[in-house]
Design a binder for this molecule. Structure first.
Ligand code: 13P
Length: 314
């Protein structure tokens, strides 16, 4: 299947389920994600960050996705640039992405609108949808590191004005999550009152939740059991929070950290149990299998499992 527009997916899922938007860096991750999506007939968004492009090369990433589309031909997927700036966005627009994010959330309100609108004007004629962000998430996202002190929730009235003036197709909102494995250092969880007000201002408009990994405690304990040194207070978004957020207009749920933790667990355990081993294909195979199982379980939680057949692409 060719990549689809997330707009079609959002129209279908709004208020009922959410699309998993998953960051990929490696061949094993691309296999795991596409295999899970095809086997469970689940629509997905494959996301590439500037850091992934820097690590693997943009051409390598796109070649892997094109190959996966052939190996798993029934997978319904969109290709999205996550946390883009103009340089990557204009390259992505000309290179088979169906969606881009302009992250000008650290700019002031007027400048965020101006930069988002400029991207919208270039992307829309090519049928590419634009995600923007208003409010600032705390935590770590690849090479982004935002001081927790400067974390700001999205202002609901500003959100409406922002969408109207910029013309963006979906909005990433800051409602208490952060990127990485230590989301709720301040112990608050998702801010449903803020999310409810945003939905009130922007009814039927697709909202995006960044920092949606679940950061399973058992996984953290296992990583540490096999030599890791992650902090025990690592925490993520609960399944109940994700389900509630869907009722409030969250259509796209961004996941990256969970698959990194899974990578660390599989590889640490593998080499701990088989210290004589050195073949990357051996733990690689285990990672792909564990990845596929993990994603299938996430699709179930998000309610997106099995939805491919009911989505009309015409
Ligand atoms: P996590 O760090 O919770 O996986 O969030 C990823 C993300 O939001 C990517 O944009």
């Amino acid at each position: 299947m060719a990549p689809v527009s997330p707009k079609i997916l959002y129209n279908h899922c709004y208020g009922k389920y959410a699309i998993a938007a998953v960051n990929v860096f490696t061949m094993e991750q691309v296999h795991g994600l596409f295999a899970a999506a095809q086997e469970t007939a689940t629509p997905i968004i494959v996301q590439l960050t500037p850091a992934a492009r820097n690590y693997a090369h943009p051409k390598m990433l796109m070649a892997m996705i094109e190959a996966a589309a052939k190996i798993y031909p029934k997978t319904m997927f969109a290709v999205h640039l996550d946390h883009g700036v103009e340089e990557h966005i204009y390259d992505a627009i000309n290179n088979q992405y169906t969606s881009v994010m302009i992250d000008a959330s650290h700019d002031d309100f007027a400048n965020n609108i101006k930069r988002t609108k400029a991207v919208v004007e270039k992307a829309h004629p090519k049928n590419i949808v634009v995600e923007a962000e208003l409010g600032v998430l705390s935590g770590v996202e690849d090479d982004l590191n935002i001081d927790e002190m400067h974390a700001r929730y999205t202002n609901p009235e500003q959100a409406k004005e922002f969408v109207e003036r910029s013309g963006c197709d979906s909005l990433a909102v800051a409602v208490g999550t952060s990127h990485g494995a230590y989301k709720f250092g301040v112990g608050k969880g998702l801010q449903f009152e803020v999310l409810r007000k945003i939905q009130e201002e922007l009814p039927n408009y697709p909202l995006v939740l960044h920092g949606s990994s679940s950061v399973n405690k058992k996984e953290i304990a296992e990583i540490n059991q096999y030599g890791g040194k992650l902090l025990e207070n690592a925490s993520g978004v609960t399944d109940e929070e994700l389900k509630r957020a869907i009722n409030h207009g969250i259509c796209k749920v961004n996941i990256a950290t969970d698959l990194r933790l899974l990578w660390a667990k599989v590889h640490r355990k593998f080499f701990y149990e088989q210290p004589e081993a050195f073949d990357p294909a051996m733990p690689g195979k285990e990672y792909m299998k564990a990845y596929k199982e993990f994603m299938a379980e996430r699709f179930e939680v998000l309610g997106s499992k099995g939805k491919v057949s009911s989505i009309n692409l015409n």
